[in-house]
Ligand binder design. Structure first.
Ligand SMILES: Cc1ncc(COP(=O)(O)O)c(C=O)c1O
Length: 586
């Protein structure tokens, strides 16, 4: 597969925890309600009954996903209202029993702010801490309970980090103590199972737009028999629990989203994509990143990454066309350390660089690969960092293990000879520090061989290996994109260096260096490219080329004349197919 630089600039949406697009099934279900079904669901005539049956069907679809009965669902305007209704409603209905509420320190503002409000009305609130992974210890909830505790509210999963809380254990403790149990499940409904009986909750909040439903609608599950005071008083809508004419358009959207979500639960594909993304990021940036909540049970789609020592907003600014968040989505752009990460005890130097990537149904590996390539562009794998990367690779492996396992260096030698050059030809092997082409050329009597590599460790080893003959080779330790050649060459042998140049500027700089070095009588360019295979090589993102696309990178001065395949053994013991292409000057 070939990718051009412009692909990297395409729009990539990785902010599904902030909001998610309507899926086609939802759009289709909503369409007739924009114009045709305008009746008031409370009216008994034909216009009202068709709207009412749509609202009731939607209620059943929501109930189906939560495993409750439709009468236990109150339609609201979204996650924030559901949380407000649950907390304030429970407090107002139970204040004669007590005024103490327990919640976690990592709740969404849609829980923390209503709690602050209730404190002004006399509530006593205890926020239980979380551990380094963002987990609430059920024991700390037990310790926080008092005889006056009326409500425990712990979110099902955190919106920033994705940590999933042990809700069933916490609810068992709360309910045994006679307190109501609420969970803000805005981030879990539609992503992981959220059956109310499994969770053991009395109240559960749903936000439509987080599960590919419309914005402005949500639901509150209220277990049968649970007493909560309504916030909006009026006519008897929603069984007297929330006044206001139901919005059939949004309700059918939410219902359809819940039905679709039931088929999608668990997100196994997304989990695999997320895990691969994190592994590759680690391979690319090493200790300069850390992943929040990596050791906890997490939402399958969420990756909260700290770019250590950087500011999250700066990292995002470099990711052109990528929609992701620093800190909470509701405070995008803020460089303040997120209260969630602070509560987890993440060091400020790490937390400042936090970026949340949240994947969704339309996310592809290509999207994530493009992000990896962009993250690899600056500071981390270029200039000194690129040198450090290859030095690290070479130092970590023995010479034998790091030598490119080309089975026959004669493939390259044959192509070089096929270019019609004699043994006095000036040949340069770019990125050839760990290859044995120099040895093979010396064996054939070539006398003017240059090996260029960014890692001096690889060159030192090659020098030691070639022993007395090392003096016959010119060894150049340099980054080829910034290298100013002092002599010209007849044959330029590229050892897949092009693959690593994901930035257009680097490819241009490389081409300029090559042109300058080939200026006198140069005959051929031999390009080694990996055919197919993984999207990364030695921990770096790569661009895949076909011989034809490499030809277009080389420009009009060179014409593709021949391509041969050779299988190399990889370190993992598998076979990687390489393609050697010979380009002649036109
Ligand atoms: C955990 C959590 N709760 C509540 C909300 C608020 O939901 P809504 O936007 O529907 O009001 C959000 C949205 O960011 C959330 O992530």
């Amino acid at each position: 597969m070939t990718r051009s630089g412009s692909d990297i600039e395409k729009r990539i949406y990785l902010d599904f925890n902030a909001s998610s697009p309507l899926v086609p099934e939802v759009v289709e279900a909503m369409q007739p309600f924009l114009a045709e079904h305008y009746g008031n669901p409370s009216c008994d005539h034909w216009a009202g009954t068709s709207a009412r049956s749509a609202v009731e069907r939607a209620r059943s679809q929501v109930a189906g996903l939560l495993g409750c009965s439709p009468e236990e669902i109150v339609l609201t305007s979204g996650g924030s209202e559901s949380n407000n209704q649950a907390l304030k409603g429970a407090f107002f209905a139970s204040r004669h029993k007590g005024e103490h509420i327990v919640a976690s320190a990592v709740e969404h503002p849609a829980v923390l702010k209503p709690l602050e409000f209730l404190e002004r009305l006399g509530a006593k609130v205890t926020l239980v801490p979380v551990d380094r992974q963002g987990r609430v210890d059920p024991e700390s909830v037990r310790r926080a309970l008092t005889p006056r505790t009326i409500l425990v509210s712990v979110m099902h999963a955190n919106n920033e980090v994705g940590t999933v809380q042990p809700i069933s254990e916490i609810s068992a403790i709360a309910r045994r103590a006679g307190a109501l149990m609420h969970t803000d499940a805005a981030q879990t409904v539609g992503k992981i199972p959220t059956r109310v009986d499994d969770l053991g909750v009395d109240l559960l909040s749903v936000a439509g737009h987080k599960l590919h439903g419309p914005k402005g609608i949500g639901a509150l599950y209220v277990r049968r028999g649970t007493k909560i005071e309504p916030l909006v008083h009026g006519a008897g809508h929603e069984q007297g629990r929330r006044a206001g004419t139901e919005n059939a358009l949004l309700a059918v959207g939410l219902g359809a989203a819940c039905e679709v979500a039931a088929r999608w639960l668990g997100m196994p594909t997304l989990r695999a994509l997320r895990d691969r993304f994190e592994q590759e990021l680690k391979a690319l940036l090493g200790d300069t990143i850390s992943v929040n909540g990596a050791e906890a049970e997490r939402l399958p789609n969420t990756s909260s990454v700290n770019f250590v020592g950087q500011v999250g907003a700066d990292v995002l600014a470099r990711l052109a066309g990528v929609a992701a968040s620093t800190g909470s989505a509701c405070h995008a752009g803020s460089v303040e350390i997120s209260p969630v990460l602070a509560a987890m005890g993440v060091a400020p130097r790490e937390a400042m660089g936090a970026v949340r990537f949240s994947l969704g149904r339309t996310t592809t590996w290509e999207d994530l690969q493009a992000v990896l390539a962009m993250l690899g562009e600056r500071g981390s794998v270029h200039g000194n960092a690129l040198e450090e990367h290859w030095e690290r690779i070479h130092r970590a492996r023995t010479e034998a293990a790091s030598a490119c396992q080309q089975r026959r260096s004669s493939t390259s030698v044959d192509l070089i000879l096929g270019a019609g050059v004699g043994r006095d030809a000036r040949v340069i092997d770019i990125g050839g520090g760990a290859s044995r082409l120099a040895d093979a050329l010396l064996d054939r009597g070539f006398e003017r061989v240059t090996v260029l590599d960014i890692a001096s460790t690889a060159l030192e080893r090659a020098k030691r290996r070639t022993g007395a003959r090392a003096g016959m080779v010119t060894w150049v330790a340099a980054d080829v994109t910034t290298w100013a050649p002092r002599s010209s060459f007849d044959v330029w042998h590229d050892r897949a260096v092009f693959h690593f140049l994901v930035r257009k500027e680097d490819r241009q700089a490389y081409r300029a260096a090559m042109k300058a070095a080939l200026k006198i009588g140069a005959q051929a360019v031999i390009g080694t490219i990996a055919a197919g295979g993984p999207d990364r090589c030695s921990g770096l993102p790569v661009i895949r080329y076909e011989p034809a696309s490499l030809a277009s990178e080389l420009g009009p001065d060179f014409r593709l004349v021949e391509s041969v395949h050779e299988d190399h053994l990889t370190r993992a013991g598998t076979t990687q197919r390489f393609q050697f292409s010979r380009f002649l000057r036109v």
